[in-house]
Design a protein around this ligand. Sequence first.
Ligand code: PGA
Length: 257
Amino acid sequence: MHNKKLLIGTNTKMYKNIADTISYISQLSTLTDDIRDKLTLFVIPSFTTLDRINQHRQQYNMLLGAQNMNWEQQGQYTGEVSPLMLKEVGVDIVEIGHSERRHILHETNDEVSKKVKSALENDFTALLCIGEQAYEKELGLTEEILSIQIKTALANIPKNKLTKLWIAYEPVWAIGVNGKPATAEYVEYCHQFIRDLLVTLYGNIGNDIPLLYGGSVNSQNAPEFIIKENIDGLFVGRSAWNAEKFNELIRICLPLI
Ligand code: PGA
């Protein structure tokens, strides 16, 4: 798949309070103003910031995401946030199944599946995160793991809903301060595998689902990833959390699209 626009964004995880997020988003918005038509830019901050950001929405020309969502519209789910609540605060994208949610908070494939279905039914863009752990890679199980994660997450989703699905391939061993970035060749191999699987499952629609890479992306390695045929976008953590540095990273990638 070839994007005419650079698809790039960040999840700020459990960092940045309301004031920090507002200042980050407004700085990023100003810095990228002149390249806005060449970008699909998204930021996924903490829940507590969403309402405030939404109040100033017109100023910030970017998509806004939530880091998680419960699958029910409402109910007896203490501590959860529902699709209706996210709609109320202007969310465009719901991130589902990030490795930290799967492996620290023990989210299962079944829960991921219910969340993806609910996000698409509620007309959000569902950003499904998948990826193998280090031991699974060492055992040569990467393809099996990706296949299980994709097939379970997309079970029972009608084809016509897939136009609002994005998939981020984020190998667990590549994420975060202890992560080791994957090589561009390895990511391209995995993305090709994911692409072929999506086409087998859904025909041509599978060609149009954007595949992002995430895991220790920085301004040095970003160009190697973004030039690859099957890497449609980048999902950046730490290297995006300073607006000036993220703007630099974006501008390095832009001419390579
Ligand atoms: P990182 O995070 O870029 O800091 O490794 C990536 C992610 O968790 O999506």
